[in-house]
Design a protein around this ligand. Structure first.
Ligand code: PEP
Ligand code: MG
Length: 311
């Protein structure tokens, strides 16, 4: 019986009523691709590219980046692979791009802000990604981290398209982006919510600081309501709104996120099976009523409980 379970085909993510919810993997190296496929990842929802840049004094060459991205994409023929351009700064400092002496690095020159100042680094990365797009059968989506508004989104999308990329979007990590989600989705092909940073910024609690760890909870109704703004804006124009933060790996929260309008979930591959099972147990109507109950709660703990009791 055990051996049978181990070889049983892994089904794609779906709710009990058949609503599809693609389940994707968060990866940080092309070496992790085979294991993710083994665990049933339908594609990649967040490929963190920082590994190529860490411990370096300069950006890696276009050729070196191209080879790495191509190796990743070739592991997912016909599948979606979402690659995030370099997210330097704050918890991911990089000597040649960011200033280690900032007083509040999480509120400083990080993510797309840092790349915009050193645009040659961004251009080289997008050129390398275009080469990888041409060299594989995967469906490459490219997104930028730490985007605050529609002007920044438009800058990134325009540059990406100019350099030949097919699908270009942004991460929702700064609360301002969620507030103007309708404007952002006019220019971006998709949005992917980074709940780790979104919770940090919504609750003004440093994600690296243990003393405020209690505030860093994606179940907080304020975070959930921002997710709903994004989900509603995506539905209004028929564009995808994914989640690629840790929240997607919490099975009960994954259900609530779908109820808020999230269309794909990306997580550490080890969490895929539990999230798949939780989604299969509810209808979209139930997920929506759990989401509404959670949004009406006053604390993260109450939201979790309200979601469990609703539906
Ligand atoms: C996030 O902020 O939720 C996210 C996915 O990005 P990172 O954890 O790499 O900042
Ligand atoms: Mg982030």
């Amino acid at each position: 019986e055990r051996a049978e379970a181990a070889t049983a085909p892994i089904t794609d993510g779906a709710l009990a009523d058949g609503t599809k919810v693609p389940l994707l993997a968060n990866l940080a190296s092309p070496d992790d691709a085979p294991a993710a496929v083994q665990l049933g990842a339908e594609g990649v929802g967040l490929f963190r590219t920082e590994f190529l840049f860490l411990d370096a004094n300069t950006a890696p060459s276009i050729e070196r980046q191209r080879d790495s991205y191509t190796r990743l994409l070739q592991a997912f023929p016909g599948r979606r692979v979402v690659v995030r351009v370099l997210d330097a700064g704050a918890d991911k400092p990089l000597s040649f791009l960011t200033d280690a002496h900032e007083q509040n690095p999480a509120l400083g020159l990080r993510g797309l802000r840092a790349l915009r100042v050193s645009e040659h680094v961004l251009r080289d990365q997008l050129i390398a990604l275009k080469h990888a797009q041409d060299a594989s059968e995967a469906d490459l989506w490219v997104m930028a981290p730490m985007v605050a508004d529609a002007e920044e989104a438009e800058y990134f999308v325009r540059l990406g398209k100019e350099l030949g990329l097919n699908t270009v979007g942004v991460m929702a990590e700064v609360p301002s982006l969620a507030v103007v989600a309708d404007q952002v989705l006019e220019v971006a092909d998709f949005v992917s919510i980074g709940t780790n940073d979104l919770a940090q910024y919504t609750l003004a609690a440093d994600r690296l600081l243990g003393s405020v760890a209690g505030y860093q909870d994606p179940w907080h109704p304020a975070v959930l309501r921002l997710v709903k703004l994004l989900g509603d804006a995506g539905a209004a124009v028929g564009k995808g709104v994914g989640v690629c933060g840790e929240a997607a790996a919490d099975p009960a929260l994954a259900v609530v996120l779908v109820g808020l309008g999230v269309t794909t979930l990306s997580m550490t591959p080890a969490a895929l099976a539990d999230v798949r099972a939780a989604l299969a147990a509810v209808t979209l109507e139930q997920a929506r009523s759990k989401a509404a109950a959670a949004c009406g709660a006053r604390t993260a703990a109450d939201a979790r409980q309200a979601a469990e009791l609703a539906g």
